[in-house]
Design a protein around this ligand. Structure first.
Ligand code: MN
Length: 275
């Protein structure tokens, strides 16, 4: 970890914390993992609180509210799944944090189980910096409308923003150094060629009512879109992901149509700015 305040990454750090202010709680029993996550977050300008198990999570939530909990699954006293279920059952909806599971060696089916008990996402350990960035980017402070509410109630809100925030890829370039331009071009190329396949998969899975597969495709396009600065598209994909998670395809066609329209805008803006 470098502390040179003139390094390119320190600029990103400060901007991230200002752009996406979040109250973050880390629930993790392993001290090394605690340090790693605390350090990654502090590089990005976040000061997270740390607790050691699920009981401590429930305790601290009585005194303080959080926008985001990074929740280890296996902890002594009380693990992440039990703690999540109690939070989802007992806390008022408007105080509910976003909960992201931290897990090593996720097994097939784990992800679906985490989502089913009320977690919003998961991060694999060891935590990848880009994945963590992605989680932070799509998290919202309490009291702000959730992405699904925005996508469903006022699609026009998304229209007023540009489809792509170029500063996201510009900052990524600054971090990457010498080969940055080539890497960004590759990334944009890959995104533009892969996304139509993901959209086509979603269409087939809606028709076949294959919810886990629909959820996965929406999740992938969400992550890819956020990574490239296409947050409005990321939010619409998140609405699809939530819908699939709830085991429904009601309204899925409308969301898919929004995804297609938004992707065309994203493609145009990416090609104009980065290719
Ligand atoms: Mn653990």
């Amino acid at each position: 970890m470098q502390n040179n305040s003139n390094s390119p990454s320190s600029k990103l750090d400060r901007e991230m914390g200002l752009k996406f202010p979040l109250k973050i709680l880390i629930a993790e029993d392993n001290i090394i993992n605690q340090k790693v996550v605390v350090n990654l977050l502090s590089r990005l300008g976040y000061q997270a609180d740390v607790v050691n198990n699920g009981l401590e999570v429930l305790d601290i939530l009585k005194q303080k509210l959080y926008d985001l909990i990074l929740m280890d699954i296996q902890m002594p006293e009380m693990g992440g799944e039990d703690a999540t279920q109690l939070i989802r059952k007992n806390m008022p909806v408007h105080q509910q944090p976003r909960i992201v599971a931290l897990t090593a060696n996720a097994m097939k089916g784990d992800r679906e189980r985490f989502l089913a008990i009320g977690m919003d996402d998961y991060l694999s350990k060891p935590i990848n910096f880009e994945d963590l960035l992605n989680v932070l980017t799509i998290s919202k402070p309490l009291g702000q409308a959730s992405p699904i509410a925005q996508a469903q109630s006022s699609p026009s809100t998304a229209d007023e923003r540009p489809a792509v925030d170029p500063s996201v890829l510009e900052e990524f370039k600054e971090l990457m150094g010498d080969d940055a331009q080539e890497m960004v071009t590759d990334l944009v190329d890959l995104y533009i060629s892969n996304s139509p396949m993901l959209i086509e998969q979603m269409r087939r899975q809606i028709a076949a009512r294959r919810f886990p597969e629909l959820q996965r495709a929406a999740h992938t396009l969400k992550g890819n879109s956020n990574q490239l600065g296409a947050a409005p598209l990321g939010e619409i994909c998140f609405a699809m992901e939530k819908l699939a998670k709830s085991g429904s395809v009601e309204g899925a066609e409308a969301i898919l149509a929004q995804i297609e329209t938004e992707f065309q805008k994203v493609q145009k803006e990416l090609e104009a700015k980065f290719l």
